[in-house]
Design a protein around this ligand. Structure first.
Ligand code: ATP
Length: 245
């Protein structure tokens, strides 16, 4: 179905269309559609725009990524369906590795997502090789991470993650930057930096900030991080949502 650009819900319908296409091709999981639906509901409460608290979290996240020695961007089916090219662009700007991490892991889905990322310009995509280790505290295949990627990473950017894995990564001593439209989720609560924004807006904003901040001195970036209070930022977002209602 072709969605006319003039449609008042064009952006939202396009996102659904991309996810449905991913489902048909086999790289988006059925549960990915449900997760997106939960995200849409929260996006509605934000007015489907980047609020100022999200914008500052995006800036701080970029500062942290630029200061990191081994940053990794974790990619799942929904992310690959919605913004494959911008993920690859951001990884290039902040010098991050890209690793596929799936809640519903199958080698068919991994291969399809890898192909999409490579087609969109990625030079290397981790997470599909046998060279992996299990994150302590998580059962099943979900704990598997690449020994060249998330395992040694100091900072992991997780657009769309579940609370258990976020908590486990934090326990491993990593900085976790989460992008999650739900400010009440366990992921949002556990993350070092929580970006409450739609990934389709958050990642392009982060690309803009990366280009602007990439030559900034370390002290300046460190100062920004020191002055940021994630819990306070989350409280302000929840209060904004309440007032909006
Ligand atoms: P948790 O385990 O963290 O408490 P959950 O069980 O709600 O959270 P999942 O179902 O694993 O989380 O993940 C879906 C999350 O991703 C939801 O919180 C939803 O708000 C968020 N989400 C879905 N689509 C997007 C999107 N496009 N951009 C940002 N966040 C999104």
């Amino acid at each position: 179905m072709k969605i006319p650009k003039s449609h008042p819900r064009y952006e939202s319908l396009m996102q659904r269309h991309l996810l449905l296409e991913g489902l048909r091709k086999g790289y988006v999981a059925e549960a990915g559609l449900i997760a997106h639906g939960r995200g849409e509901a929260f996006d509605y409460l934000l007015g489907e725009r980047t609020i100022k608290e999200a914008m500052s979290a995006e800036r701080i996240a970029v500062a942290m990524l630029l200061l990191s020695e081994k940053p990794v961007i974790s990619v799942n089916g929904n992310t690959a369906a919605l913004i494959p090219e911008v993920i690859v662009n951001l990884a290039g700007l902040i010098n991050a590795k890209i690793e596929i991490n799936l809640f519903y892991r199958t080698s068919k889905r991994e291969k399809l997502i890898k192909k999409i990322l490579l087609e969109n310009g990625a030079e290397e995509v981790l997470g599909t090789e046998k060279d992996s280790r299990m994150i302590p505290g998580i059962d099943s295949e979900r704990s598997r991470v690449d020994t060249r990627g998330i395992w040694p990473a100091d900072t992991v950017l997780v657009p769309l993650e579940d609370g258990d894995r976020t908590e486990a990564l934090i326990k491993m001593g990593k900085n976790v930057i989460a992008i999650d439209l739900n400010p009440l989720s366990r992921t949002s609560e556990y993350a070092t930096i929580t970006i409450v924004d739609n990934i389709v807006r958050a990642i392009p904003n982060m690309i803009k900030f990366s280009s602007e901040m990439k030559d900034w001195k370390r002290d300046r970036l460190e100062g920004m991080i020191k002055n940021f209070d994630n819990k306070k930022n989350l409280r302000e977002i929840i209060s904004r949502m309440r007032k909006g209602l």
